[in-house]
Design a protein around this ligand. Structure first.
Ligand SMILES: [Zn+2]
Length: 453
């Protein structure tokens, strides 16, 4: 059985699903006012990997991941650029979707837009009023009363008083709010802003109610996993949970949070000036090395993405592709999976999505496959090939077509033959020919590997 780290219980727990053999997951998506950065990519990758692995393990999975298409930042930027909020958000939604696809992140089963769920949001706010958990301030909007939920702060692992102290220290509370921790469910219309009608006058939804409405509508009460980046745990997720529970809907059974990302030693963020976008990284390194680099860090650990990390990941992808080229060149066919390697991969992934250990199993299998081929052990080599193909598919790292170039392959074979007959002059000549074509050969204990340089 899979174990995941549940933020709410602050420990590893068995994944016991609401429905047998089905897992429902809601992962918070981006607010679309700019191009995606690497943190967005890491978050999306985490839930893509979770879904792939669960499906491979025999579950059916429903993954919903939203787009927040109305927000202060969207309103500000579209005003600055003199375009409509809708124009701005659809431009960046398209870029987000296109780049995630390029990155190899599969589309979720549902990608709801917040603005399409206003009716559902209003219904939940109405329920919160009925439960005495909401109050209205004329001219400001509707607020959630944190005192209405006995365990507000449980997800953050803090008491209401602790949270209240830091909230008071952080921001001067809005004039009429009953408590600095109370937060907006519905914001009254301001001039020039997009608005929707509501029983409390025209306005627009608060951020947290959007995700509550979308997740409950698409996945139902008591859905299995709520995920997102760790920066969303408080207050966004705490407040989502509060709204759902206080309105009478049981919310997520488990909470998963993927950690943040440092780029070349600095915290990922626009303000620091080292902002590197997903688009930049894809153009610079390609999707597979970027994906491998991210998967080689556990999703809950702060990731350091540096030129050094990327160099290692590019080398890793080359080793994978060289393995396939070599197996293809030797006409090795896929047969059956190596159950021992499969079991080790599975237990790594069952342990809170342990992708670094799972990837290590893949590279060990590549090494043993190469060694088997050296020994002309076709059966072992076939098994390794089958295993590597299948496991890479789970990680989303497989490639539809492996780079193959018969001419280069035959030059490499000629050079091998020359070396075998100790004709080193001929071998060096062929190496130079390859070098002129930007092909570098590396002689390894498992035979030569070539790569484009
Ligand atoms: Zn959310």
């Amino acid at each position: 059985m899979m174990q995941i780290f549940d933020t709410m219980q602050n420990r590893l727990v068995d994944l016991e699903t609401r429905d047998p053999n089905h897992v429902s997951i809601y992962a918070c998506g981006p607010t679309v006012y700019d191009v995606p950065h690497l943190g967005h990519a890491r978050t999306a990758l985490t839930y893509d990997l979770l879904k792939r692995f669960l499906m491979w393990s025999g579950y059916t999975v429903t993954l919903a991941s939203n787009i927040t298409d109305i927000d202060d930042k969207i309103i500000e930027r579209s005003a600055r650029e003199g375009i409509s909020e809708n124009e701005l958000s659809s431009t960046y939604t398209k870029i987000y979707i296109d780049q995630l696809r390029e990155f190899g992140v599969a589309d979720p089963d549902f990608r709801p837009l917040a603005t399409e769920y206003v009716e559902e949001m209003l219904a939940i706010i109405t329920q919160l009023f009925e439960q005495g958990a909401a109050y209205e301030i004329e001219g400001h909007g509707v607020y959630f009363d944190v005192d209405s939920l006995a365990d507000y702060g449980a997800l953050a692992g803090r008491t209401v008083n602790e949270l209240r102290e830091s909230a008071q220290a952080r921001v001067a509370s809005e004039e009429d709010k009953q408590d600095p921790l109370d937060f907006a469910l519905w914001k009254s219309a301001k001039p020039g802003e997009p608005t929707w009608d509501s029983p409390w006058g025209p306005g627009r939804p608060g951020w947290h109610i959007e995700c509550v409405a979308m997740s409950l509508h698409l996945l139902g009460d008591g859905f299995d996993i709520h995920g997102g980046g760790s920066d969303l745990a408080f207050p966004h997720h705490e407040n989502e949970r509060a709204e759902s529970e206080a309105s009478g809907h049981s919310f997520a059974r488990y909470w998963m949070h993927s950690a943040m990302l440092n780029v070349n030693g600095e915290k990922m963020g626009k303000s620091l000036g080292n902002f590197r976008t997903l688009g930049d990284a894809l153009a610079q390194y390609g999707p597979r090395p970027l994906r491998l680099a991210m998967l080689q860090a556990h999703y809950r650990s702060l990731m350091e993405l540096s030129d050094e990390t990327m160099k290692g990941a590019i080398g890793g992808i080359e080793r994978i592709d060289a393995f396939f080229r070599r197996m293809l060149g030797a006409d090795i066919q896929e047969t059956s999976i190596d159950t021992e390697a499969k079991d080790r991969f599975m237990s790594a992934m069952n342990n809170d999505l342990g992708s670094p250990d799972a990837i290590a199993v893949v590279f060990e299998t590549i090494n043993s496959g190469n060694a088997a081929l050296d020994d002309k052990n076709i059966k072992e080599a076939s098994m390794a090939l089958t295993t590597v193909s299948e496991l890479l598919e789970v990680l989303g790292l497989s490639k539809d077509t492996v780079d193959s170039d018969e001419e280069i392959d035959s030059l490499v074979s000629e050079r091998e033959a020359a070396r075998a007959s100790r004709d080193f002059a001929a071998a060096d000549r062929i190496r130079d020919i390859l070098k002129d074509r930007n092909i570098e050969i590396e002689d390894t204990p498992n035979g030569p590997l070539w790569r484009k340089i």
